[in-house]
Ligand binder design. Structure first.
Ligand code: SAM
Ligand code: SF4
Length: 328
């Protein structure tokens, strides 16, 4: 078991497979994004070793993310390899966060390797809004991906970042669309991660405002349901589920059970802090895992208590790196 200095048990690992992406969402990265040289990235074998080390140390839930995880050619090979931990019962869940553009091609394989739930990021179902926010994304592709995943028996959750000028008026419609497909919707407050060429205060909507809009449409009942993360859920009187992630207006750092590893093997103990540990050097230093294990233990021992996100006009981001680098 990995226990951090604040007594929190770390049982959830998010691994970014790549910093690259086939979209350029306006809140996530600048239009001209510079990606890492490929040789910086961990290989398939290194990712496998890294994930295995965390599973040995008590991680029960593993999420593959990015960048866009499915742009990496060997993403499905990694899922296939890691599925051995589902079969052995060492992992409860192997899951992924994706923009869904390539999901139609891979949903059946993901399901066959034991993926039961997947998060698909979709901020609007209006084609023009989607194309604008993602800087060029084609919504038909995402919808085909979502339908393929549902058809393969994967439980889909839609993630939407709330944005004042882009989708605030469309979130109720997005929830209706998701619920009609049997999918939950989770709405996320935008976080001040990286310079994206826009002032975050022009993007940010507090969750109280979003919830007020849902409450005008439905009667909402709070649910006790927890998925080991910061989301808090409600049920609508029509039976749909809506989650709220409120890093700005209400943080749940006290319950934090996760750490993130980037595609270059940097472990970030907290999404909103600069503290990190290099796991690539110990991974590459020897074929055995002694150095790696020691580096992970040392890093968990330095997990910060909480983030200090704030959004104010003209303010610098909380951290310089974008979400696409840390792994959302
Ligand atoms: N490309 C994949 C996707 O979009 O689902 C996975 C990586 S993406 C960085 C993971 C999640 O982070 C997405 O749901 C995205 O909307 C969210 N995200 C990115 N930047 C964010 C920000 N500044 N604040 C809040 N959420 C953000
Ligand atoms: Fe790519 Fe996901 Fe970031 Fe959009 S949110 S640019 S899809 S990494």
């Amino acid at each position: 078991m990995m226990i951090d200095p604040f007594g929190r048990s770390i049982s959830y690992l998010r691994v970014s497979l790549t910093d690259r992406c086939n979209l350029r969402c306006t809140y996530c990265m600048p239009a001209r994004m510079r990606f890492l040289p490929r040789e910086e990235l961990l290989s398939l074998d290194e990712l496998d070793r890294l994930c295995s080390a965390f599973v040995r140390k008590g991680v029960r839930k593993l999420r593959l993310t990015g960048g866009e995880p499915l742009v990496r050619k060997d993403a499905i090979d990694l899922v296939e390899r890691l599925s051995r931990f589902l079969q052995s019962g060492e992992l409860d869940e192997l899951t992924m966060t994706t923009n869904g553009l390539l999901l139609a091609d891979h949903a059946a394989a993901l399901a066959s390797f034991g993926m039961r739930r997947i998060n698909v990021s979709l901020d609007s179902i209006d084609p023009e809004t989607y194309a604008r926010v993602t800087r060029g994304g084609r919504i038909e592709q995402v919808i085909a991906g979502i339908d393929a995943a549902i058809g393969a028996g994967i439980n889909v959750k839609i993630n939407a970042v709330a944005l004042t000028q882009d989708n605030l008026d469309m979130l109720v419609g997005l929830a209706e669309w998701a619920h009609a497909r049997g999918a939950a919707l989770t709405v996320i407050e935008v976080m001040p991660l990286g310079e994206v060429g826009e002032d975050r205060s022009d993007q940010f909507v507090p969750m109280s405002e979003i919830r007020r809009r849902f409450a005008e449409r439905w009667t909402l009942t709070d649910l006790a349901m927890r998925t080991g993360g910061p989301a808090r859920y409600v049920r609508t009187n029509e039976g749909g589920t809506i989650g709220f992630i409120t890093p700005l207006t209400h943080n749940f750092c006290g319950d934090c059970n996760r750490v993130r590893v980037t595609c270059t093997g940097q472990l970030f103990q907290c999404l909103g802090q600069d503290a990190n540990a290099d796991l690539r050097t110990p991974l590459r230093a020897s074929a055995g895992d002694k150095l790696l294990d020691a580096a992970i233990d040392a890093a968990i021992g330095l997990k910060p208590e909480r983030h200090h996100f704030a959004i104010a006009r003209g303010a610098a981001p909380a951290v310089a790196r974008t979400m696409s680098l840390t792994g959302g």
